[in-house]
Ligand binder design. Sequence first.
Ligand code: 4NP
Length: 155
Amino acid sequence: MKPSVLFVCLGNICRSPLAEVALRAEVRRLGLDLVVDSAGTGNWHAGEPPDDRAQAVALRHGADASGLRARQVVPADFARFTHIVAMDADNLANLRRLAPETATAELSLLLDHVPGRKGESVADPYFGDDAGFEVTWVDVTAGAKSLVERFRNGD
Ligand code: 4NP
């Protein structure tokens, strides 16, 4: 099965859309064939574009997140994607609870893939300031770069 990655956070308007555009950039740069999407465990922001501050940090780093729209995780995601990558430990716990028996996707934390950061969460920037979104960008970029290395190595 072709590798496919679903990034998951709480609202799908801050962290996971940024992880999505960061991984898309790596995929494009390396010419890989990888399906990339994102979703939230919550549905409060379904249908909305990424938070303005998330769009702004993406633009500052040359990525465009404006076309994305939030959606909630659905049971079919657990079979549609080979990898479901949570931004924080709460998201991961919720995913484990939501996973149907037929789930085939490998669940992990984004920073599990980054050497030396196993078990760490990407901090929720929603109630913070622009500096927090820069930290998010650094974290999701590190995760995206580590993930593509894994897929390049056929893992
Ligand atoms: P995200 O950030 O999970 O990174 O998209 C949040 C977005 C919205 C809320 C919390 C976190 N909220 O409480 O509405």
